[in-house]
Design a protein around this ligand. Structure first.
Ligand code: FPP
Length: 271
């Protein structure tokens, strides 16, 4: 049966979408946006020009994902390592870019019914950026469509450390470490992503075959797709092409095939 084309797709996007099975779209797509620096270098431009160009890719990807009805999209905007190890000037530029992006994009996020969330050690970010982030979150909090999560100053290992600290603190509040309860569900419920299902699809741009400390726990069963396209060249059409590739995969979750083995039980997600 021919799928109805979602409103707002351009002709090329609509053509790719028509080849997809709308019943088997990934529910949570996570993207490692990489290659901004290389994109700029190839053009003999400063690295920050690549980050600036990357904003257009964020806009296009977010809008296309929302239009085709992806419920959750998570973007790795910058890691704790980026934050600590990149030159101050570049980090400052990224902060300004993020602030400006949030201010400019809130109306579009609202038009597309997109709710904004964050993961990462927010308290280490500058206060004015945090205030802008909180403002954008509140402005989009009532939206009921796609949840767009930005990973900012994010590290999967720090997230797991924070989860264990928070489980231990909870046990101590409840009377002592003998009250510590640890199983997969408990860990999931203490991660920054406690309100998100695990990603079923992870995309990385610019050809690197690494997870780079992104959602290590949550991507246990994610299908991984790496494209040579550099992030500033990535658009909604590339997202749809990636989803076409996802739909060719057979997801087995450690079993033989979908018919024999149920999906791992997802942790409880509030919507
Ligand atoms: C990785 O490319 C990209 C980043 C560290 C920053 C990502 C930022 C954006 C896409 C723009 C701002 C985002 C939002 C949400 C407004 P790289 O610099 O590591 O590239 P390289 O590996 O080629 O050097």
């Amino acid at each position: 049966m021919q799928a109805t084309t979602p409103a707002g797709l351009d002709r090329k996007e609509a053509a790719i979408f028509s080849q997809l099975d709308p019943a088997r779209l990934p529910k949570h797509i996570a993207i490692i946006m990489d290659g901004n620096g290389r994109w700029a270098r190839r053009r003999h431009m400063p690295r920050v020009a690549g980050h600036r160009a990357g904003v257009t890719s964020v806009r296009s990807t977010v809008e296309t994902a929302a239009r085709i009805g992806i419920p959750w999209l998570t973007l790795y905007a910058f890691s704790e390592e980026n934050w600590k190890k990149r030159p101050k000037g570049e980090v400052g530029f990224l902060m300004k870019l993020l602030s400006r992006f949030l201010k400019m994009e809130v109306p579009t996020l609202n038009q597309n019914n997109i709710k904004l969330e964050y993961i990462g050690r927010r308290h280490e970010l500058p206060e004015d950026v945090n205030e802008r982030m909180e403002w954008a979150r509140e402005e989009t909090a009532k939206n009921t469509g796609m949840v767009l999560t930005l990973a900012l100053n994010y590290s999967a290992r720090s997230e797991i450390v924070d989860a264990f600290k928070s489980m231990a603190e909870k046990a101590v509040r409840n009377g002592g470490l003998s009250h510590l309860h640890v199983d997969e569900e408990a860990v999931s419920q203490h991660l920054y992503t406690r309100n998100l299902p695990d990603p079923d699809f992870l995309i990385r741009t610019s050809g690197e075959m690494r997870l780079s400390n992104f959602l290590l726990w949550q991507c246990a069963y994610a299908e991984i797709y790496v494209t040579d396209t550099l992030w500033p060249d990535f658009r909604g059409t590339h997202l749809l092409e990636a989803i076409a590739e996802y739909q060719k995969r057979e997801r087995r979750f450690g079993g033989l095939n979908d018919k024999h083995v149920p999906e791992p039980r997802p942790h409880k997600v509030k919507r």
